[in-house]
Design a protein around this ligand. Structure first.
Ligand code: FE2
Ligand code: FE2
Length: 284
């Protein structure tokens, strides 16, 4: 099916995407001044959540400062609108987590001088030169976006459960419940958009997209070898016994659902490999 000849299926997919976009734009925002940082047991929280908060605050600031639009110079209005709200959301999450860390005596990372990785310029140039390559880049962005938002959602969900079990209701009600809901909304948009764009790719574009995701996907904020131990520490703090069912299996299933070649060919276990890489980096 070609992008140049929209069909009824394309229309249905586009409608699903625009509904997801409207949901992202209309969800309840995280308002910094409304966050209640009252805690019963900050010492316990600092000891238990130091690694997850350090990882999450760094990643939120990192993605918020990475001008994702540069990766997709021919982006459509849907992506433009999503990126506007999404960037605001992620920077708001980073600010809230940084403040929570200060309350706990932890030091947040300052990324105000951050500049995006150099290879983003090459991806951008490729997309400017070729619409076909731009479509591949966009599908990779949306698929890995859905996977990484699941990582964020699972982490905040786990932290939120821990807070409720400890009676830390203020943080649950005014911060982590909202963070979890935001990441869920982001994930839903990315997954729907990835499914829509994948349906329009030609076979060679699909093979290239699949190849790139299988070979390059790493948990958000853990692409560089030096950052992998931080992700492993976070997993061990939040889900030492359940990371396979809470992370690996849903991420692998999501990738296989989106990147379906129509012949039931499963993907190799690239998600598990990526997570194990992080554990190996921690052990090294
Ligand atoms: Fe976030
Ligand atoms: Fe997000």
């Amino acid at each position: 099916m070609s992008a140049a000849h929209p069909s009824d299926t394309d229309d249905v997919a586009a409608t699903a995407t625009s509904q997801r976009l409207e949901f992202v734009e209309s969800k309840r925002p995280l308002v910094f001044d409304e966050i209640d940082f009252t805690m019963n047991d900050p010492e316990f929280l600092a000891a238990t959540l130091a690694h997850p908060l350090e990882y999450a605050q760094r990643v939120e600031a990192l993605v918020g400062h990475t001008t994702m639009g540069d990766l997709m110079p021919r982006r459509d209005d849907v992506v433009e609108r999503f990126l506007t709200t999404w960037t605001d959301d992620e920077l708001g999450h980073a600010r809230a987590l940084a403040e929570l860390m200060r309350h706990l005596g932890l030091e947040p990372l300052d990324l105000d001088t951050f500049s995006p990785p150099a290879h983003n310029q090459w991806i951008s140039a490729l997309g400017r030169a070729s619409q076909s390559m731009h479509d591949v880049t966009t599908t990779i962005w949306a698929t890995s976006g859905a996977m990484n938002e699941h990582v964020a959602m699972a982490a905040y969900s786990r932290i939120d459960t821990m807070l409720q079990e400890r009676g830390e209701i203020a943080l649950h009600e005014t911060l982590f419940r909202r963070l979890r809901a935001h990441e869920s909304a982001h994930k839903s948009f990315y997954a729907t958009y990835a499914t829509e764009t994948w349906a329009r790719l030609r076979p060679w574009q699909r093979h290239l997209t699949r190849f790139a995701i299988r070979r390059t996907w790493a948990p958000v904020g853990a692409t560089d070898p030096s950052d992998k131990p931080a992700f492993a520490r976070t997993v061990l703090a939040l889900s030492p016994d359940t990371w396979e069912s809470e992370l690996v299996q849903p991420l692998q299933a999501m990738a296989e659902r989106i990147l379906d070649l129509g012949d039931d060919r499963p993907l190799d276990p690239f998600v598990e490999r990526a997570v194990l890489d992080c554990f190996d980096a921690l052990a090294a």
